[in-house]
Design a protein around this ligand. Structure first.
Ligand SMILES: Cc1ncc(COP(=O)(O)O)c(C=O)c1O
Length: 417
């Protein structure tokens, strides 16, 4: 056992969240550091999904919409997610993908501003969004801009952009998917409001990894996915949070029948439901919804402040280990070192990121890569141990120092997402 592994053993022994690992079905022999892309399988999901298929669908058939609570599931699960993002009940609903929710959110936010009295700063203004964000956010913003005739400004500095004085909507990600940089949701939301802008947050890389305060930060709208730190499963439903004060006035473009005030009256004209139900769109993917519901059980009794505290310690440990164990091997830590600017993954830059990750995965350490040269390592405080990180660093050192990653079979993209 080297010094890093000895430190890890001590930290794991003192970790109050260590027992939470048993809530996940992690495969033997794998060190899983990609829960920031697809969370590991929570134990309750297997049995509950089997029940959803065999009993609920198989036996109850269409009655399941009432008898098994399928119809109410998006709001019920939305409230469970709401509890993890600092949202009082009735403001969060689960469904669709983040991309779809973003389109709905951005379009509705621009329309909200367009309805303000003449002379209001954001009324006819631009959409400002993060220059380095996840592609879907930029693609959707561009499309909304074209649709509504608004300029889209992509910038690395939202505060400077707000100084323009004509920002209708600021759309930003809490944690940068590449670098893991964390933005101060409350501070940026307040700055946006001071400038007359409405703010739409993308919480994908933050939800379940750290405490969030949608209500107290007076966030307007937020969206996020549930397949990362919430471990809802591949393609799990996304969610949207709409602050109660905006719900009645929000005109969403995707007016599916599930968001109608009387969906089963099958009326020809659309009349939005009151409350967060208006953010529903079409028939939800119920099996995925029920898998997510079961997955959220792993957060029962969990204090997100403790999750955050451990996640920060994991990040510190990994960064210090990278400085030490990987010294001289061409790696650069690109994630901010300051705790208040760091989410729950750490990215290392290396010119051979792709073959290195492929070799690492073959050796049983699963992370991922983001082009052109970043290796990402995600830490889920509920199941990542300090021992995992010590071992992963040692394997990465070995794979790199030996030059093994240069073998031709590693010159391929190792993972899809
Ligand atoms: C910040 C961010 N937004 C959006 C998405 C994905 O959107 P969707 O759920 O529509 O695939 C991701 C996926 O990794 C992401 O990291």
């Amino acid at each position: 056992m080297d010094a890093t592994e000895r430190d890890a053993a001590g930290l794991d022994a003192a970790d109050p969240l260590a027992p939470a690992r048993a809530r996940f079905a992690l495969p033997d022999g794998i060190i899983y550091l990609d829960g920031n892309s697809l969370g590991a399988l929570p134990v309750p999901v297997t049995e509950r999904l089997a029940d959803a298929v065999t009993r609920q669908w198989g036996q109850d058939l269409v009655r399941g919409w009432n008898d098994d609570g399928w119809w109410a599931a998006p709001e019920r699960i939305g409230d469970r997610i709401g509890a993890l993002i600092g949202a009082a009940p009735g403001q969060t609903v689960a469904g669709d993908s983040t991309s779809v929710q973003l389109f709905n959110a951005l379009t509705a936010a621009v329309r909200l501003q367009a309805g303000r009295p003449p002379g209001t700063p954001g009324r006819g203004g631009v959409i400002v969004t993060d220059a380095g964000q996840f592609p879907t956010d930029g693609y959707v913003a561009d499309s909304v801009g074209r649709l509504l005739g608004r300029e889209v400004v992509r910038t690395p500095d939202p505060y400077a952009a707000l100084d323009r004085g004509d920002v209708a909507v600021l759309a930003w990600s809490t944690v940068d998917f590449r670098t893991g940089e964390l933005w101060d949701t409350a501070r940026l939301t307040a700055a946006a409001h001071d400038a007359g802008a409405v703010v739409v947050w993308d919480l994908c890389h933050a939800v379940g990894a750290l405490p969030l305060q949608m209500d107290t930060a007076r966030v307007d709208v937020a969206v996020g996915c549930s397949y990362k730190y919430l471990s809802g499963g591949p393609g799990a439903p996304a969610f949207i949070y709409i602050a109660e004060r905006h719900q009645a006035g929000l005109d969403q473009p995707l007016t599916g029948w599930n968001g109608h005030s009387r969906p089963f009256d099958m009326e020809p004209g659309y009349q939005a439901a009151s409350g967060i139900a208006r953010a529903r769109i079409g028939t939800p993917p119920m099996l995925s919804m029920l898998a997510l519901d079961a997955a959220l059980d792993v957060f029962d009794g969990v204090d997100l402040a403790a999750v955050r505290a451990k996640s920060l310690r994991l990040g510190e440990f990994f960064i210090a280990g990278a400085d030490d164990v990987l010294a001289g091997l061409g790696f650069e830590v690109v994630t901010p070192r300051a705790a208040e600017r760091r989410g729950s993954h750490v990215s290392l830059r290396h010119p051979d990121a792709l073959p290195l990750m492929a070799a690492l995965i073959e050796a049983g350490v699963i992370g991922d890569v983001r082009p052109p040269d970043l290796l990402r390592f995600g830490f889920n405080a509920l199941y990542t141990s300090f021992g995992d990180l010590a071992r992963a660093l040692e394997i990465l050192r070995e794979v790199t120092a030996s030059g093994r990653y240069r073998e031709p079979r590693f010159q391929v993209r190792p993972v899809v997402t």
